[in-house]
Write a protein that binds this ligand. Structure first.
Ligand code: COA
Length: 163
């Protein structure tokens, strides 16, 4: 398994991974219909392609040589002082094998100047919250609705970095 920068040739595989992982993770929270609407919008190949060229950002995939098993996207803001982790997703069947940890480590190494990393996670996504807390993140606030799903609170987590 290795982590590398995503390229145009990965777009279809990244979209398929995000659709499968979003349904597995969020159908129980938002319902399958809403998840389909969100992934059609957010994870279209056109929308994913724009991320490939976003300045001060990293778009990474975990690749085992045969298929893409995980994806991560993050952007540096505030002059590079803060990294915002926007996406971290591992195929449902491959979770719990260290892939998410590898992608997170690579994202952090990609922003050596940063003093902290920030992310938002759904309050009911207890599995991801446990992962982030196990990897040094602490809750630092609420961000209100994330995808407009009424009543769903999004939590903000931070982790200080050596930077
Ligand atoms: C959250 C997610 C990215 C974590 O990736 P993963 O590959 O499953 O996690 P890893 O196997 O790399 O876990 C790394 C370490 O985190 C810790 N960890 C992982 N999941 C954990 C959990 N549920 N509870 C406690 N600790 C956990 C463990 O310490 C683990 O290290 P170890 O296996 O050496 O003990 C992945 O499970 C996922 O894609 N979930 C669905 C989508 C999602 O919720 N993404 C985040 C949206 S904000």
């Amino acid at each position: 398994m290795f982590v590398r920068t995503a390229g145009d040739r990965d777009l279809a595989a990244i979209r398929a991974l995000l659709v499968e992982t979003w349904h597995a993770t969020y159908d129980a929270i938002y319902g399958a219909e809403r998840v389909t609407k969100i992934t059609d919008e957010w994870h279209s190949t056109a929308s994913l392609k724009t991320k490939m060229t976003r300045p001060n950002s990293e778009f990474l995939v975990a690749d085992d040589g045969k298929r893409i098993s995980g994806v991560a996207f993050a952007e540096g803001i505030d002059g590079g002082e803060l990294v915002v982790l926007k996406q971290l997703y591992v195929l449902p069947g491959l979770q719990g094998r260290g892939i998410g940890g590898m992608l997170l480590d690579e994202i952090i190494e990609s922003f050596p100047e940063a003093r902290a990393i920030r992310l938002e996670v759904e309050g009911r996504n207890t599995h991801a919250i446990a992962f982030f807390e196990a990897n040094g993140f602490v809750r630092s606030g609420d961000a209100g609705e994330h995808t407009g799903a009424a009543g769903e609170t999004t939590l903000v987590y931070h982790r200080p970095l050596a930077g």
